[in-house]
Design a binder for this molecule. Structure first.
Ligand SMILES: [Zn+2]
Length: 174
């Protein structure tokens, strides 16, 4: 199955204008209420936080990346929290994640074969990896808790979960 072409996407966007409701600029909101929940989860379409938690518009902010690993979004979390003062950080990894099927070494090997890429360049890539879902969630909670620039109150509010893509249920990792 191939996805839509760029032209099809542009056509869809044009049709959007017939029903799109304009969002408000910050300057148009009299009492700004920022989301107090921050989520980090995998970009896999089978694991969407909005769907998992039935989130309404602006109830939470989500970072999504390969595996839902926190290392690559640490600085963004710190920066955003200094502005928004989150009350909860939720890390979600999911069953059958691609990271359970490919190791970072396999990915690195693929990159190393690209024309013009040196072994050092491939070696220097920071690639996510994990072999156990619960352990990866624990590692990520630890990663944030060890940070010197994350507020102690926020560290207390970090929770980790595994999402089961077969049952739709979420299980907390202690
Ligand atoms: Zn995944």
């Amino acid at each position: 199955m191939s996805g839509p072409t760029i032209q099809e996407l542009l056509d869809r966007n044009e049709r959007l204008s017939t029903w799109f409701r304009p969002a408000k600029f910050f300057s148009e909101i009299s009492t700004p209420r920022s989301p107090k929940i921050l989520m980090v989860s995998c970009l896999d379409p089978r694991s969407q936080p909005e769907e998992i938690f039935g989130l309404q518009f602006a109830e939470a902010l989500s970072f999504r990346n390969l595996g839902g690993r926190v290392a690559s979004v640490h600085d963004d979390i710190v920066g955003l929290d200094s502005l928004l003062r989150f009350e909860h950080v939720i890390i979600i990894h999911h069953t059958d994640c691609a990271l359970l099927h490919y190791t970072s070494d396999q990915v690195r090997e693929g990159v190393r074969k690209l024309p013009g890429v040196t072994a050092e360049e491939a070696e220097s890539l920071v690639l996510p990896n994990f072999s156990s879902l619960e352990d990866s969630v624990r590692e990520d909670m630890e990663h944030l808790k060890k940070s010197k620039v994350i507020r102690p109150e926020l560290k207390e509010a970090i929770k980790g979960f595994v999402f089961d893509i077969k049952t739709g249920l979420i299980k907390q990792v202690e």
